[in-house]
Design a protein around this ligand. Sequence first.
Ligand code: NDP
Length: 327
Amino acid sequence: MFNALIVEKDDEGVTSAGVQQIDESRLPDGDVTVAVEYSTVNYKDGLCLGKGGGLVRNYPHVPGIDFAGTVESSDDPRYAPGDKVVLTGWRVGEAHWGGYAQKARVKADWLVPLPNGLDTRQAMAVGTAGFTAMLSVMALQDHGIKDGPVLVTGAAGGVGSVATAILANLGYEVAAVTGRPETSDYLKDLGANQIVAREELNETTKRPLEAETWGGCVDAVGGAMLARVLGQMKYGASVAAVGLAGGAGLPATVVPFLLRGVNLLGIDSVMQPYENRLRAWSQIATNLPMEKLESMIRPAVLSDLPALGREILSGQIKGRIVVDVNN
Ligand code: NDP
């Protein structure tokens, strides 16, 4: 028997979440059984824990879109008992039972061996949000980051915090956009050189182009802010579009693409091929200072999750929540 946070749906379609003791025979099919050590709370988890079950595709369900732990048994030659592994994506925690449990059974293809230099807790302090931040920085570098500050929107959140720390550590000047002025010191400690107030970029303008300001951008917010940022990018610069914390619409014009050659790069962490995941995790272990990662962590346990799901949807979480599933 082991502990799991189970989401159930009643006959009226109302969902509820609670910690239960369940038997291993209830785990879904898969090649590898993992003794989970840590998971996290991402925006998608907030949706799955919330009213109506969000992205959950089957009930009862164990949410948790990422986890890190130790292989307990494996039918796949790539993994042996005792191996440390990390998982993000592949609709785990949505269509397949996820990381909010002391055990998980998944396809071997979805796993990545933990890179040297990261333990399971650190891997989940990074989690899906930080992994996506790394993919974003890699995409910007592949397209060339121009002179000038790199903008990070939603900077005090999970993606934004890790992106800020990685970019600063790589030597880029970072401008961090936040709607919470009280997080300024935290963002400066992560390496931000400049704090930009959210309101400055949320104001709409009729001008499709403004002064060329940003050499690149990791955007976790979308909506009106992304539209405004596109018109402020330097010639040929790129925006890695990650999220929609500020809205799914995009009230933009094509002018920044036509007259400034701006690149809008969509970042999807879910279906990344194995080689890309391996490369990103190895870059994280190399380029993310662990003392900065520590400053982002808020610890939690399984029974905290329903409340934390509501909190992340309200945009109030600072940094990364690390869930110790064994406490
Ligand atoms: P968080 O909730 O941790 O961070 C989001 C941040 O956005 C908040 O902390 C806040 O930052 C800012 N924000 C929130 N609401 C608004 C608003 N209405 N207008 C402007 N800014 C706002 O979430 P994550 O960092 O984990 O994820 C961010 C986004 O990225 C989400 O939409 C998520 O679904 C998406 N995502 C996408 C992935 C992919 O594969 N493409 C993977 C992971 C996440 P501040 O207070 O500093 O302003």
